[in-house]
Design a protein around this ligand. Structure first.
Ligand code: HEC
Ligand code: HEC
Ligand code: HEC
Ligand code: HEC
Ligand code: HEC
Ligand code: HEC
Ligand code: HEC
Ligand code: HEC
Length: 440
């Protein structure tokens, strides 16, 4: 298992690297990229950015498709020239060549907050949308004024969210037109999600289906450190208010400042089914004090049907330590929730760990006991999986007698005490030296 450990080490390093892409462009445009999703199109994402979110169990999530969805090894792996499997293709974008996220059920149901968290609202969550007629303070989808000399804009999203015109490191930043049109490119059935029914008119009221007053007024990067500073979000300084509200000056009306929590990374690269894991979540705005009240986050794990809510063992504005109880094999999503505001969702994968307690021989029969042998043994996916008995490195002839999650029996006439038994499942392997059996 040493190889795997090295790999996971690499994954963690990559996560750290891609966070450092965050740009410091003050004042915008373009806006910094500390929160939410990098403002690019699908093609702009690289493997390391996929892995920054999919930091746990990438091999396992694929290998669960073998029993669950009828995939075979060779659907995704080429056989090597000298037998065995070739080095796996690891670059996500080679196989996932279009956004897999926006064909997910939640996206098609317009529940964008499922993954994007409370940076956006859902059209049907009954959030407040003003009913008064648009006025001078209503932000425009692009801008209400532009300075002809400097090209500085005000009174709308484009005052700050624009394509990246100055060269900086990282993927290109695209404008709102391009980022929004890239999720369902050219799909005429979807235009009405963001435009009115008559066609392609743009109106802020329609954008407010997802960008309501509440979510917009809660967006600020690391509020504790950037309060009073302009350019880090929507509510740091009056300058930010003006970006959307043009010359409307903040007076006595102070918007809510609970600010949406943000996840940077989760520490766990592998969750073992049934085992408790202590996990460190780093981020910003995880804890906020507002009007003398401390708001802390809970950690919520969603298995698609129910939510498990966990109280952190410790929490600061930028770090949570939480004990995740043993869960069943499967795919989960994790987010943090503070005062009803949700961070973006991060995938978690839980896979069984194969572990041998004992391997014993009696007559021709070798019995291996332990856990995590899986119950999919009925189907033989591949000669690469199963039990091998080796004598001084050479595999012996075996035939399967029975296999369940905790006990495997194989017939192996040439096996002797001291040989090595190895169980390989889709999710890993374990070995043990064969001992003699006590008579029963
Ligand atoms: C911001 C975090 C994030 C990033 C970046 C990210 N993903 Fe995901 N991905 C998710 C979440 C969250 C889900 C859904 C999990 C759920 O619904 O429980 C998901 C689901 C998926 C799925 C399954 C979709 C389905 O059919 O349900 C695939 C495939 C996938 N991601 C591939 C990728 C690839 C390839 C990349 C890089 C281009 C990538 N992801 C980048 C968070 C991310
Ligand atoms: C749906 C696609 C898919 C299927 C089916 C699949 N794999 Fe994989 N496998 C992958 C991907 C993708 C990776 C690389 C994961 C990564 O880089 O994190 C991988 C990695 C591996 C690895 C290397 C593990 C590591 O982390 O280094 C082995 C070994 C492997 N697969 C064996 C198999 C066997 C055996 C089967 C059939 C039982 C199989 N795979 C079926 C997609 C698949
Ligand atoms: C060798 C091809 C291959 C590579 C490389 C690959 N995938 Fe996949 N992946 C697949 C296939 C095939 C499926 C199943 C069909 C689908 O959802 O597109 C899949 C499904 C998934 C799923 C959904 C699993 C489920 O239960 O439905 C996720 C999440 C995912 N891939 C993420 C990734 C990430 C992240 C990477 C890169 C680190 C990656 N994949 C690399 C082929 C690949
Ligand atoms: C299953 C999780 C998931 C759901 C649901 C989802 N997204 Fe995304 N979204 C992502 C991920 C991950 C990325 C980055 C990779 C990509 O483009 O697929 C992304 C990227 C984007 C981008 C481009 C990046 C940016 O910051 O501008 C936009 C725009 C976007 N999504 C809009 C939406 C809208 C609108 C909905 C609801 C109709 C939605 N998303 C639902 C996961 C999701
Ligand atoms: C005064 C400048 C400014 C204006 C005007 C502005 N934004 Fe932002 N916005 C920001 C900054 C800065 C961030 C934080 C970027 C980061 O660090 O990721 C941000 C973040 C966001 C986010 C969170 C996701 C992300 O990409 O970080 C959304 C959603 C958003 N803005 C929507 C809007 C909408 C909709 C409008 C127009 C109604 C708008 N913004 C106008 C400065 C602005
Ligand atoms: C996920 C949201 C989303 C979807 C879906 C969407 N658009 Fe847009 N559209 C936008 C945004 C954001 C803008 C930029 C508005 C701005 O800058 O004022 C825009 C701008 C436009 C404009 C320019 C209008 C102007 O006055 O500047 C046209 C034309 C347009 N969209 C057509 C379409 C068509 C046709 C479809 C369906 C194929 C579609 N859009 C789907 C979000 C969306
Ligand atoms: C169906 C939901 C939906 C609608 C309608 C919608 N957006 Fe967005 N918007 C999103 C999502 C999701 C994101 C990505 C947030 C993130 O980065 O996590 C986003 C991001 C943004 C951002 C921040 C920059 C970025 O790319 O992340 C701006 C600005 C923005 N939208 C403007 C608009 C405008 C203008 C309209 C109306 C023409 C509009 N949006 C309509 C869902 C929507
Ligand atoms: C990202 C854009 C954006 C920023 C930045 C922003 N707001 Fe707003 N605000 C809105 C939108 C959209 C509305 C709804 C106005 C409408 O649709 O007519 C709104 C409405 C309001 C309202 C009226 C609320 C109501 O009940 O209808 C007040 C007051 C307000 N904003 C104050 C502020 C102040 C003060 C700041 C700076 C601390 C600020 N806003 C920053 C987008 C923004």
């Amino acid at each position: 298992m040493k190889r795997q450990r090295i790999l996971y080490g690499l994954t963690i390093l990559i996560v750290v690297l891609s966070i450092s892409i965050a740009l410091a462009i003050i004042p915008p445009p373009p806006a910094n990229q500390n929160m939410g999703i990098y403002d690019t199109m699908y093609e702009g994402f690289a493997e390391d950015e996929c892995r920054a979110c999919h930091s746990s169990g990438v091999p396992d999530t694929h290998h669960m498709l073998v029993p669950n969805e009828g995939y075979n090894c060779t659907d995704c792996h080429k056989l090597g020239p000298t037998g065995g499997i070739d080095t796996p293709i690891r670059d996500c974008l080679v196989c996932h060549n279009a956004s897999p996220h926006h064909t997910a059920d939640e996206a098609l149901a317009r529940h964008c907050s499922h993954c994007h968290g409370s940076l956006v609202d859902d059209y049907d969550d009954e959030h407040y949308i003003p009913t008064y007629a648009a006025s001078l303070i209503t932000p425009d989808t692009s801008y209400t004024w532009i300075n002809g000399t400097t090209n500085t804009k005000g009174g709308g999203c484009e005052a700050c969210h624009e394509a990246n015109t100055t060269p900086v490191s990282g993927a290109a930043i695209y404008d709102n037109y391009q980022t929004h049109h890239s999720i369902w490119p050219g799909d005429n059935n979807m235009c009405g999600v963001c435009h009115d029914v008559t066609g392609t008119n743009v109106s802020m009221r329609k954008c407010e289906d997802c960008h309501g007053v509440k979510s917009l007024h809660n967006i600020q990067y690391d509020y504790a450190a950037t309060e009073g500073e302009l350019g880090y979000g929507h509510i740091g300084d009056s300058w930010d208010c003006m970006g959307c509200h043009s010359w409307f000056e903040a007076s006595s009306t102070v918007p809510e400042r609970l600010v949406t929590p943000n996840i940077h990374s989760v520490s766990s690269d592998k969750l073992v089914a049934g085992a408790k894991t202590v996990m460190t979540i780093t981020g910003s705005n995880l804890e906020t004090t507002m009007d003398g009240i401390d708001y802390t986050s809970e950690v919520v794990i969603d298995d698609g049907i129910t939510n498990i809510t966990l109280i952190p063992d410790s929490i600061t504005g930028s770090e949570i330590v939480v004990a995740v109880p043993g869960m069943r094999k499967g795919n989960y999503g994790l987010c943090v929730v503070k005062g009803g505001l949700k961070s973006k969702l991060v995938p978690l994968v839980v896979a069984p760990k194969v572990s041998i307690d004992s391997a014993t021989i009696r007559g021709d029969l070798v019995t291996v006991r332990g856990s995590g042998f899986c119950d999919e043994s009925g189907e033989s996916y591949s000669e690469l999986l199963g039990v091998t008995i080796a004598c001084e490195g050479n595999d012996l002839e075996t035939s399967m007698v029975s296999w369940d999650d905790t006990r495997i029996v194989v017939e192996c006439p040439s096996a002797t005490v001291g040989d090595m038994a190895t169980v390989t499942t889709l999710y890993g392997s374990d070995s043990a030296t064969i001992a003699g059996s006590r008579r029963r």
